[in-house]
Design a protein around this ligand. Sequence first.
Ligand code: UP5
Ligand code: MG
Length: 200
Amino acid sequence: FDPKDVTVVFVLGGPGAGKGTQCARLKEDYGFVHLSAGDLLREEQHRVGSKYGTLIQHYIKEGLIVPMEVTIALLENAMKEAIAKDANFAKKPRFLIDGFPRKMDQAVKFEEYVVPSQFVLYFECPEKILLDRLMKRGETSGRIDDNVESIKKRFKTFADTSFPVIEAFEKQNKVKTINCQGTPDEVYAKCKSLFNDLLG
Ligand code: UP5
Ligand code: MG
């Protein structure tokens, strides 16, 4: 894709930061296509005939990053599908890519071979709050990684592997940080003011 033709915003933040919650709202108000890398991986895991099912399940349960070839292919396909489905995008298509890239190699590869991001939205939040949110969600989510053991592993991967990606984007002045300790409405108000400034 040419960045002249599509807008991509990466949405990053620790596990449970509220990426999905906020993206669902931004999608409505700003006409984005919302693509959660985690959701695409879970879908692929359950797709009949997928050769990656077991591999994805293992990585997600262990809080590890699935090899980038798999995730990038899923994202790229989803972007193409969205564009094909809505051939008459009134403006140029906008994508919120949620929970990706979370490892340096993915970031470099995606920006070089798929499309560079316009900016990066980073949801900052203390681990204690993230843990509470995920444990609460775990009561009903059915997600295989919403349990204390997996959550701890996800936190470790975030700190060791994913945070450096945010720091690297930081050096390019591409990161917009939002503190997400407030209620979903409070956090969304901050998102809106940022998006109004950046996208008009
Ligand atoms: N909630 C949300 N906002 C709240 C607020 N302001 N106040 C109070 N509660 C709030 O929210 C989490 C929970 O908190 C919900 O119950 C919500 O109601 C509540 P959500 O919006 O779902 O947060 P989100 O940041 O989307 O959390 P999620 O668990 O999806 O984040 P992860 O980054 O851990 O999960 P993801 O699905 O992105 O990835 C899962 C796994 O997939 C990874 O661990 C990894 O193994 C794999 N993966 C890859 O390998 N590669 C990738 O590129 C992406 C994922
Ligand atoms: Mg999510």
